[in-house]
Design a protein around this ligand. Structure first.
Ligand SMILES: [Zn+2]
Length: 433
């Protein structure tokens, strides 16, 4: 191999000589080794940089698609053959294109670093917040990393903290329950529950109720494991975790701050529930949510948590139970007359009665539906219910009577053309499942 002359700068000559002396061997092999390492490092950096750009671009596409569809949640998870990406829109899950499998770990790592989570830590459950760039806005979301058998899964919940909170009359089309809700809010003390399964819109209702109380000049303190919306003029206390101890400590601290109204975002524990009742007994109005399927389940749940019936009778202001129905797309909904099939499914309707059904157009992406609204049943603790709470066993409290209120509300909304009978059937069969 022909020799080549390599020129080095005079100031580097001393270093060069020292390396040659200490190595005791040909300096060219040392230089070559160092150059190889340098090249590997640079190529690695370049590859990493390209992967980073690609990951960021793919996530930008996902944000774009999810926000355009007004998704409430985004789920990214490993599967047996690769990975899956899903968004929840109008209560239903929809599949999107998965990430290239080679980039999946990078996507998880990227999201963790954006949420300031420990990106190197694998197989650890972690929670945080993340900002999603969309058009010129920054959308807030919570992020949770769940280690699964196949690897880390990521769930994002879009918060839309800047989106307005609906007034009571805007909560549902037709505003049938506005009067009942406003009446419950006139109570100065007691407990007021909003209950429903996941994705039943109970947080929005709770925020709307609290906003109304604030407008009524009440001093409001909220205790929330996840602040979904900003309530102007209220003291919102975020919790580090959802442990009962954390809730109890925050409730006790809040009581030193002179609240008229206390809102606790979720009560699923005996100790927290009892503390809420104690606060109500001291003359405050306490609002909270539970994850029950109906008003009666929520009532039984409170009894099950060990709250004495005589206390419930005196301090239960009311229970709002709700579900979400999809709204028919105004552009393409079609009028038709109900026949035998509809009559069999809903004995309360008439054959020949006019309803609307979903059709599908580009505006609603062919689904026939755009947006959602709640159907509600409200249990106000009047004399009749006070007697039931005191005297009836849990088994005697029949579920059907209250369930029919949700059904009645759903049929009323279908009669007014806000939704279809098919949608009512879909949601109610989920209820009875
Ligand atoms: Zn349409």
């Amino acid at each position: 191999m022909p020799n080549r002359t390599i020129y080095i700068r005079e100031e580097d000559l001393a270093t060069f000589n020292r390396v040659q002396e200490s190595s005791g061997e040909s300096i060219s092999s040392i230089v070559i080794e160092a150059l190889k390492r340098y090249m590997q490092e640079e190529e690695g950096k370049e590859k990493k940089n390209q992967e980073h750009i690609k990951t960021s671009a793919l996530l930008d596409l996902l944000w774009q698609e999810a926000m355009t569809a007004q998704a409430s949640d985004i789920h990214i998870q490993p599967t047996f053959h690769g990975n899956s990406v899903q968004i929840r829109m109008e209560g239903a899950l929809r599949d999107l294109a998965p990430f290239p499998q080679s980039l999946y770990p990078k996507v998880v790592e990227y999201l963790k670093s954006q949420a300031c989570l420990n990106s190197r830590e694998m197989n650890t459950m972690e929670y945080g917040r993340i900002t999603i760039p969309y058009q010129s806005k920054k959308i807030e979301a919570t992020i949770s990393i769940i280690p699964t058998f196949l690897g880390d899964a990521v769930s994002l919940k879009i918060l839309n903290t800047s989106e307005g909170i609906p007034a009571l009359e805007q909560l549902e089309p037709g505003a049938e329950h506005e009067g009942e809700l406003a009446k419950m809010l006139r109570k100065t003390h007691g407990i007021l529950l909003v209950t429903g399964t996941a994705h039943s819109g109970k947080s929005t209702t709770l925020y709307s109720l609290v906003q109304q109380l604030k407008a009524n000049h009440s001093r409001v303190i909220t205790i929330e494991s996840r602040i979904e919306k900003v309530l102007d003029g209220c003291l919102q206390i975020p919790l580090k975790n959802s442990q009962p101890k954390e809730y109890c400590a925050a409730i006790r601290s809040a009581m030193y701050n002179d609240p008229d109204v206390l809102m606790v975002d979720s009560v699923q524990d005996k100790e927290v529930a009892r503390l809420c009742v104690e606060v109500a007994m001291k003359g405050h109005l306490v609002l909270f949510t539970t994850q029950d399927t109906s008003s009666l389940s929520a009532l039984k749940g409170l009894i099950g948590l060990g709250i004495e019936r005589y206390l419930l009778k005196d301090f239960l202001a009311g229970i709002v139970s709700q579900r979400m129905l999809r709204s028919l797309c105004e552009r393409c909904k079609e009028l038709y007359e109900a026949g035998e099939t509809e009559k069999n499914a809903f004995p309360k309707i008439l054959i020949g009665e006019k309803f609307f059904k979903a059709a599908g157009c580009p505006q609603c992406r062919g689904t026939g539906y755009r947006g959602q609204f709640p159907i509600m049943e409200i249990l106000t603790c009047d004399k009749k219910w006070q007697q039931i709470i005191l005297q009836k066993t849990e088994n005697e409290i029949t579920r059907e009577e209250e369930m029919s209120k949700l059904l009645d509300d759903a049929i009323l909304k279908a009669r007014k053309g806000f939704t279809s009978l098919y949608e009512v059937l879909r949601v109610l069969s989920m209820l009875s499942a």
